[in-house]
Design a protein around this ligand. Structure first.
Ligand code: SF4
Length: 228
């Protein structure tokens, strides 16, 4: 069976929307400001985007609040560009639209419950699959409740995350009321662009995924690298 190209699928959908002159309402699950920087720069040209910040996997309260504050600051920057019609150095053009945000409930207990029994599985395995499903399911439910046509996630921009797994889960949790928008945002230098934009807006860029387990793994790696 041919491997699906989720980036191409997204491009095809956008072509179809453009041809029909429609601007769908999209609920974009965002994991952090650096990952969302490129996704928002791109999507705001074709969709009416609302960010959904739902990340109970960020198990430290302080870290969670730091990441959500950075996301809000980035959205303010982008919305100012739209108000001032100034897209200098950006890939967006005059079709770019303002972005809204919904902050999901923050309760790490939901995360611990979802990954129960998989705590010791290394990053990239079943623990992450459960974590993705928790976040995407809540995004799909919220999108359906709030009348969005599509939902997707910025998580596919990370070279450390499997886009096939994320797209499979997205399609699985989409109900009848809302559709999952395929994506692989790292493609076409998307990840590289997110680094450029993070530098431009001086975004806080954490060096671990989010949960305490990933933080401990990262610290172990750093200690091992130091000993080399
Ligand atoms: S490493 Fe990241 S994706 Fe995996 S369980 Fe932890 S927070 Fe979730």
């Amino acid at each position: 069976m041919n491997k699906r190209n989720y980036y191409k699928e997204l491009e095809n959908k956008i072509d179809e929307f453009q041809k029909n002159g429609v601007v769908p309402k999209l609920l974009l699950h965002v994991c952090c400001a650096p990952c969302s920087s490129h996704c928002l720069e791109f999507l705001r040209q074709y969709f009416d985007v609302t960010v959904f910040f739902y990340n109970p996997n960020i198990t430290e309260d302080r870290e969670y609040h730091k990441r959500v504050a950075e996301e809000k600051r980035l959205i303010e920057e982008y919305n100012r560009q739209v108000e001032e019609k100034n897209f200098e150095g950006m890939h967006s053009d005059e079709h770019a639209r303002k972005i809204a945000i919904i902050e999901g409930e923050y309760d790490p207990k939901e995360y611990f419950e979802a990954v129960k029994g998989y705590e010791d599985i290394p990053e990239g395995g079943e623990r992450c699959r459960k974590c993705f499903e928790l976040r995407l399911r809540k995004t799909a439910e919220t999108a359906a409740k709030e009348g969005f046509e599509y939902f997707t996630t910025t998580l596919t921009i990370s070279p450390l995350k499997n886009a096939d797994v994320l797209n499979e889960i997205g399609e699985k949790v989409a109900g009848k009321a809302v559709s999952f928008l395929p994506s692989d945002f790292k493609k076409k230098d998307g990840y590289k662009r997110s680094i450029e934009l993070s530098q431009r807006f001086c975004l806080y860029r954490q060096d671990y995924c989010g949960c305490g387990f990933s933080k401990a793994e990262r610290e172990r790696q750093k200690a091992e690298d130091k000993e080399k």
